[in-house]
Design a protein. Structure first.
Length: 288
C-alpha cells in the first residue's frame, strides 16, 4: 500500500507535535526534574515551542500541498514516535534504591582479604578512629587512580561513591543549627581534612532514602541520594553509613536524619552518627 505524500507529511507534523506535547507535559508537571538537570530544562523550554511551530507548519504544508513529496525523505525518522509514546503512556519513575545499592565503582584494584575486619563500618556503635589507609590502585606513571572516576582530581574517598573532584581550598561555613547539607556535600567534606574541620562539633541534618549497605546488607544501612550532572543517564549515588540509629527504617523510604559527624571507617566509607530520624514524603526533585 502506497502512502500519499500528504499523509506522510501530516504524520511527520503529528510526530513533531507529540514530541512538543511530551516536553510540555514534563515541564509543566515538574517531572522533567526526574530526567534532566537545570541547563537541559532551560533548553527544553526553548525547544518545545520550536517543535510546536515546526509541527504546525508541517501540518499546514500537508493540507495545502497534499501531493508534493519532499526530497530525500526517510521513513526511519518516524521511529521517534516509539520513545514519545513510551514517555506519554508509561509511568515514569526516578532512579532510587536499586541504582544506589548496586553501584560499586572500581577505585581499588586489590580485593579485601577474607580475614579483614570491617566491623567498624557497620551499625554497631561508634568505633575507634580509623588508621590511615593508602589507596592501592595508583598508576605509577601518572600518580592518578586507576579505574572508577577521576573527574579532574585524585580525591578517592570511599569505593562506593561516585566521582568527586579536588576539594576546594576553603569550605563554605555551615549555617543553621542543625546545619542542613546534602549527602554529596557531607561525603566531600568527610573525605577532606579541611572539610572534616567544618563538620566536627556541629549538629547536622540530611535528606535521602534508605538502602542496605552494599558491603553488609544484613547488618548495616546507608542514607543515599543520587546526584545528576547533566541528565539521568549520568546520575550516580552517594551514600554514607548510618551508625547508632534508634531503629532501621524500611528500605527505600525517604527520611531526614539529624546527628553528628563520625570518622570514616578503615576502608574509607564515610559514616554518620544518628541522633534521630523522621520519615518524609518523596521530594519533588529526588536528585541533588
Amino acid at each position: 500500500m502506497r502512502i500519499q505524500p500528504g499523509a506522510r507529511t501530516a504524520w511527520e507534523g503529528l510526530a513533531l507535535l507529540a514530541c512538543a506535547a511530551l516536553g510540555f507535559q514534563l515541564l509543566i508537571s515538574g517531572r522533567v526534574h526526574l530526567f534532566v538537570g537545570t541547563i537541559i530544562t532551560t533548553l527544553l523550554w526553548i525547544a518545545c515551542p520550536i517543535l510546536t511551530i515546526m509541527g504546525l507548519w508541517t501540518l499546514v504544508r500537508a493540507v495545502r500541498h497534499p501531493n508534493t513529496a519532499g526530497h530525500h525523505r526517510n521513513r526511519i525518522g518516524m521511529l521517534i514516535v516509539a520513545p514519545v509514546a513510551l514517555g506519554m503512556f508509561v509511568p515514569l519513575q526516578p532512579l532510587s534504591l536499586l541504582g544506589a545499592a548496586s553501584y560499586r565503582p572500581a577505585v581499588r584494584s586489590a580485593s579485601p582479604s577474607p580475614d579483614q575486619d570491617f566491623s567498624d563500618s557497620w551499625n554497631d556503635g561508634p568505633p575507634k578512629a580509623p588508621k590511615s589507609v593508602s589507596p592501592v590502585a595508583i598508576d605509577p606513571k601518572t600518580g592518578k587512580t586507576v579505574g572508577g572516576y577521576d573527574n579532574g582530581g585524585d580525591n578517592i574517598g570511599s569505593d562506593r561513591n561516585g566521582p568527586m573532584g579536588p576539594p576546594p581550598q576553603h569550605w563554605p561555613a555551615l549555617k543553621g543549627n542543625p546545619a542542613e547539607l546534602t549527602i554529596y556535600d557531607y561525603v566531600q567534606r568527610a573525605d577532606d581534612s579541611r572539610g572534616i574541620a567544618t563538620l566536627k562539633g556541629r549538629k547536622l541534618t540530611m535528606i535521602g532514602f534508605v538502602s542496605a549497605a552494599p558491603e553488609d546488607p544484613d547488618h548495616a544501612w546507608v542514607l543515599a541520594r543520587l546526584k545528576m550532572w547533566c541528565c539521568v543517564a549520568d546520575a550516580l549515588p552517594f551514600m554514607t553509613t548510618m551508625v547508632d540509629a534508634p531503629s532501621r527504617p524500611a528500605g527505600g523510604s525517604w527520611i531526614r536524619v539529624t546527628g553528628t559527624y563520625l570518622p570514616s571507617s578503615a576502608n574509607g566509607d564515610t559514616r554518620f552518627k544518628v541522633d534521630r530520624f523522621e520519615k518524609i514524603p518523596v521530594p519533588e526533585n529526588p536528585y541533588i
